[in-house]
Design a protein around this ligand. Structure first.
Ligand SMILES: Nc1nc2c(ncn2[C@@H]2O[C@H](COP(=O)(O)OP(=O)(O)OP(=O)(O)O)[C@@H](O)[C@H]2O)c(=O)[nH]1
Ligand SMILES: [Mg+2]
Length: 416
């Protein structure tokens, strides 16, 4: 029984999208386009949409009374079997809408959780999704009971206050169990990171909006074989690969989970350790799909999410990707970036220039040294060659004269 509780596969085939346009959130049409992409990724078909202009979202029913009636008509016309709302609904909104419309009501959060659930492949990813789902669900059990009546997967459990109590307790137990398991995973991740920090190769994290082309970039730079797909949230687990820069210096490159506007907060909490991979990076490669008309909003969402995760003040190279898709020139700028470049990851365009740009930026983060090493200290020069940039190495009377850029953390170790 408990298993069924966190099963989230949507049975709904045909859905109607609903959003509210307020003075604070006025790009509802674009947000619904994205919701439609999410819905497609989750395997459902959108047969209509409805937008309401309101001062603010209705606290009790999400849409106002008149709009709910219109929605009922649209449901009758289209025979759709569910409504997907573009915001996270409160438990009361969910319950009231279900009661008013008598169809399945799904919100943006549930939809994203569903996609994450079907894309999670590692045990860590699965634990994280399950935790986020349970937390979301634990406050919405009444709504979920309705969901089962309307033909949801959890319909077999049967309603009843007693049953509900038991489930609530089961959910609580499972949440604490999941937290325990995730803490263990997190500890493990810290151990790995510590081991990695013994090898002082710089780390670059690829961040960006979902579907921007992050995995494609990693694959084209390193032959990593990460799944690239025209789907949202194709990547949930960070993959790290080695990359040699033109000077021979090694770099670790990490692909990360994509961001999206209104990323559910339970997901952020559950995925914090995965999302925070970028926190330990020396530099961020911010991939932007510049063929998307929503590019500016998407960049803003990325920086806001990074801020929320405590990832700030890192050097950023913004990559305006998918150049090949641009039909006419667009203005490309990012005032938050240290450097910007236009690329097409898929067509290997601009990637060599990218490697040189990374090298340049890393050089700026390093300390310049010019000193003479006694012959016995050749090991230190070897260390510089591996982790810094050796510009000059000359045999002189009293040793080896070295000019180089060295990482700050290695400065004291490599000084003669
Ligand atoms: N035309 C074109 N398509 C690209 C380019 N780079 C990536 N794509 C396509 O964009 C889609 C998304 O690419 P991914 O690499 O999976 O994107 P991602 O940022 O890793 O996405 P998530 O993991 O879902 O967050 C795929 O269909 C890619 O083939 C490019 O330079 N040009
Ligand atoms: Mg990806």
């Amino acid at each position: 029984m408990a298993e069924l509780l966190y099963e989230t596969k949507q049975k709904a085939e045909h859905v109607i999208l609903a959003g509210v346009c307020t003075s604070e959130q006025d790009d509802t049409e674009a947000s619904l386009d994205e919701l439609e992409d999410l819905a497609k990724t989750a395997g459902v078909i959108c047969v209509g949409r409805m937008i309401q202009n309101r001062e603010s979202i209705h606290p009790g029913t999400y849409l106002g009374k008149g709009k709910i009636e219109e929605l009922q008509d649209l449901l009758d016309q289209t025979q759709a079997d569910a409504v997907i709302c573009d915001d996270e609904l409160s438990p009361a909104q969910l319950k009231n809408m279900e009661e008013a419309l008598n169809v399945k009501i799904i919100d943006r959060t549930l939809l994203i959780l569903d996609i994450f659930a079907s894309h999670a492949s590692t045990s860590e990813g699965k634990l994280q999704v399950e935790l986020a789902q349970l937390k979301y669900r634990s406050s919405r059990l009444i709504g979920l009971r309705n969901l089962s009546r309307l033909g949801g997967v959890i319909g077999t459990r049967g309603p009843g206050e007693k049953k509900l109590e038991t489930d609530r307790r089961l959910i609580r137990d499972r949440i604490s169990q999941l937290n325990k398991e995730l803490n263990e995973v997190k500890r493990q991740r810290q151990v790995t990171r510590k081991q990695r920090s013994k090898n002082p190769a710089p780390v670059a994290a690829i961040v960006g909006y979902t579907n921007a082309g992050k995995s494609t970039l990693l694959n084209h730079l390193t032959k990593a074989c990460v799944l690239e797909e025209d789907k949202l949230f194709a990547t949930l687990d960070p993959t790290t690969r080695n990359l040699s820069l033109p000077s021979g210096q090694e770099l670790l490159l990490t692909d990360t989970v994509g961001f999206i506007r209104k990323l559910p907060h339970h997901l952020i909490d559950a995925f914090r350790s995965t999302l925070e991979e970028a926190k330990y990076a020396d530099l961020l490669l911010h991939v932007v799909d510049c063929s998307n008309p929503q590019m500016d909003v998407q960049m803003h969402v990325v920086y806001e999410t990074l801020k929320q995760l405590g990832i700030q003040n890192k050097p950023v190279i913004t990559l305006f990707n998918k150049q090949d898709k641009l039909l006419e020139p667009v203005i490309l700028r990012d005032f938050n970036a240290d450097k910007t470049l236009s690329i097409s990851a898929k067509q290997d365009e601009g990637l060599n220039e990218l490697l040189h740009t990374i090298e340049e930026l890393l050089k700026e983060q390093k300390i310049y040294i010019r000193c003479t090493y006694p012959y016995a200290s050749a090991g230190k020069i070897q260390l510089i060659r591996k982790n810094g940039q050796l510009i000059k190495e000359e045999y002189v009377a009293d040793g080896i004269l070295v000019e180089a850029y060295v990482p700050q953390e290695l400065y004291h170790t490599v000084m003669p």
